[in-house]
Design a protein around this ligand. Structure first.
Ligand code: PEP
Length: 249
């Protein structure tokens, strides 16, 4: 009964011509009406992507936003309010590349999460453990700790709208995918954690899996009881493969 969502994170990829080609090919994909599909281009390509995809059902989100929602003296930043006014429906928050490479703390992630919601968009909150944390048995402690911070700050009801993406850091862009069983175990723990706070919210919250999802492994991951779609990096840059992943959801 949860509507699946397949989201393509294009990261810092693309040129004007490659984005024109990718969006043209995406529009030609046969996408299931039962699945929400979204793409997250880099900021500079948002306008192009929105125009090119306007005729279809694919929505557009941003990969990041400022902690503040208004306007003002923050050189280089783009606010949640600006993104919403532009037509973005979603914003990725807490992606591991931003946590680990840009050093975003749980506090920063929490403020961005709030800004996205306050601007009328849906945050896609990314959670995940590193390989070292998994090997030392800390997967659930880390993932639920990241989630706990958001629930402490904003309550659990926000997950009627906000989406959670479990993305083990060791599986992102590495070609290593969590097995369906490994992914389901963490997804079930996330849903269980939400259920302890509010069973009704836990039932409707959408939990995506991300980490080297491809056309060939999507169906078995999406068949898991608590996996409601995927956050797709590399494979979302190929329209045919992304289309196949959407059809597997
Ligand atoms: C991501 O960056 O969110 C991601 C899941 O990447 P990939 O699919 O390339 O592992």
């Amino acid at each position: 009964m949860r509507r699946p969502l397949v989201a393509g994170n294009w990261k810092m990829n693309g040129t004007r011509s490659s984005v024109a080609e990718l969006t043209r090919d995406l529009v030609r994909q046969v996408l299931p009406g039962s699945v929400d599909v979204a793409v997250f281009p880099s900021l500079i390509h948002l306008d192009m992507a929105m125009h090119a995809l306007a005729s279809g059902s694919i929505s557009v989100g941003a990969q990041n936003c400022a902690e503040e929602s208004g306007q003002g003296a923050l050189t280089g930043e783009v606010s949640g309010g600006q993104l919403a006014e532009f037509g973005c429906r979603w914003v990725l928050v807490g992606h591991s590349e931003r946590r680990l490479v840009m050093g975003e703390s749980d506090a920063v992630v929490s403020r961005k999460f709030a800004t996205v919601l306050a601007s009328g968009m849906s945050p896609v909150l990314c959670l995940g453990e590193t390989l070292e944390q998994r090997r030392s048995g800390k997967t659930l402690e880390v993932v639920l700790g990241q989630l706990c911070r958001i629930i402490e700050d904003h309550g659990v009801a926000v997950f009627a709208n906000a989406v959670i993406a479990y993305e083990p850091v060791w599986a992102i862009g590495t070609g290593l995918t969590a097995t369906p069983g490994q992914a389901q175990e963490v997804h079930a723990a996330i849903r269980g954690y939400l259920a302890n706070e509010d069973a009704a919210v836990a039932e409707i919250a959408r939990l995506l899996y991300g980490g080297s999802v491809k056309a060939e492994n999507a169906a078995e991951l999406f068949a898991m009881a608590d996996i409601d779609g995927g956050l797709i990096g590399g494979a979302s840059l190929k329209a045919d493969e992304f289309g196949a992943i959407c059809r597997a959801a």
